[in-house]
Design a binder for this molecule. Structure first.
Ligand code: BMA
Length: 383
């Protein structure tokens, strides 16, 4: 080979190498970042595993599933999802309201001591716990729904008259999270979904109750206090507005991508046929926005709260919910609670309910994962 040919070959070779390098760089996964860079190993592991798990299916979640159900309260091992569909849900939701007051039990009569044990059991079976917080109104001493005032958030922010008192609320919240330990004494990772449905106007942190800047400051201050001051490191932070109408609306009160690990939204199916059309459109718009945001920004997408109260709509699960969600890269869908003491307030059919067979078909669909299927995905394993 003469010198000239050799040079050409060498140039071609290094050109091919550099293309290869660029392609490899492009397809290489970016390192996963979390709101809490000091999150425990297990917290980082479960967050990272939720990405691969969401490619296998959508986990089914149920609020307060292990604490009570239709006409039963605090009976070990019971679960309306299990009793109807044969297995526990893969995600269980919990509620903190009243923990900030130092109460023994929450707004829905679940003792916090019991909740901690049940969270441990859910974790032991390889499932996921998610926690919401309908925080009481610190100004009036009434509930989260007391939203006539428009200065509660402002008064909580740094410099506000209730700032120090609110930090005491957060101390109680932090104590709860720090008390969540597995059998080896390691912190149990949980998803924290605070100040949710903030685009509505029914909580004191709602869109009519504070400005976007105030909401964002409240969210960031809470994360910053739990993470940096209280050193709580077992939290994955979820952001979930009410109905989403567009990407711009979704982002209008968004705290920033470095403050959010999971994006979702809450919306419920009304029981009139005309309004079911609205629900379908609403869920579709919301899912498009959050799954695009999640895939562009390395976040997890969830349908954070949904369902049809009292399950009056025929085949809600297989003909409405499943077709709406099945083609999206969603980690989980959470159905709201089956109250033991409010007759029509339930979202999962109990065994002899007319819609039980529809729910069973839904849970057997290949897109939907219950607890045992989720356990096979080894959500807590370090990769
Ligand atoms: C609401 C209802 C209430 C409950 C609250 C907090 O949507 O279920 O009954 O107290 O959530 O769990």
């Amino acid at each position: 080979m003469n010198y000239f040919k050799k040079q050409i070959l060498q140039i071609t070779f290094s050109f091919l190498l550099s293309i290869n390098f660029l392609v490899a760089q492009k397809s290489a996964e970016q390192p996963l970042t979390m709101v809490d860079q000091k999150a425990t190993k297990a917290t980082k592991a479960v967050f990272s595993n939720m990405f691969s798990a969401s490619k296998k299916g959508i986990m089914l979640g149920h609020q307060d599933d292990a604490a009570y159900g239709r006409e039963w309260y605090n009976l070990p091992g019971r679960s309306d999802v299990k009793e109807t569909a044969g297995d526990y849900p893969a995600v269980v939701g919990w509620e903190l309201a009243d923990v900030e007051l130092g109460a023994q039990r929450n707004i829905d009569s679940v003792y916090f001591s019991n909740m901690k044990n049940l969270i441990r059991q859910v974790h032991e079976r390889g499932s996921i716990n998610t926690i919401s917080w309908h925080a009481n109104n610190i100004v009036t001493g009434k509930s989260a729904w007391d939203c006539k005032q428009d200065s509660v958030v402002r008064s909580i922010l740094k410099g506000g008259s209730n700032h120090e008192r609110f930090l005491k609320y957060l101390d109680k919240v932090a104590d709860f999270f720090q008390d969540l330990k597995d059998k080896n004494g390691e912190p149990i990772p949980v998803i924290f979904r605070m100040f949710h449905e903030h685009t509505g106007a029914w909580f004191w942190w709602g869109a009519k109750q504070c400005t976007p800047d105030e909401y964002i400051a409240l969210y960031q201050m809470t994360v910053g206090y739990l993470r940096d001051v209280k050193q709580v490191h077992n939290l994955i932070y979820a952001f979930s507005p009410a109905e989403i109408t567009s990407e711009a609306q979704f982002l209008s009160r968004f705290p920033g991508k470095e403050w959010v690990d999971i994006v979702g939204f809450d919306t419920y199916c009304p029981d009139s046929t005309a309004k079911v059309v609205w629900y379908k459109e609403t869920v579709t718009t919301g899912l498009k926005v959050i799954t695009k945001y999640a895939s562009d920004n390395q976040k997890i997408a969830i349908l954070a709260e949904t369902g049809q109260e009292g399950i009056q709509v025929k085949n809600y699960f297989t003909e409405i919910l499943l077709p709406l969600i099945k083609d999206y890269n969603l980690s989980y869908v959470l159905l709201w609670r089956n109250a033991f003491n409010i007759k029509k307030h339930y979202y999962i059919p109990y065994p002899n309910h007319p819609e039980a067979s529809d729910f069973i078909r839904f849970t057997k669909d290949k897109h939907i994962l219950l607890s045992q299927e989720a356990a096979k995905l080894e959500l807590y394993k370090n990769q």
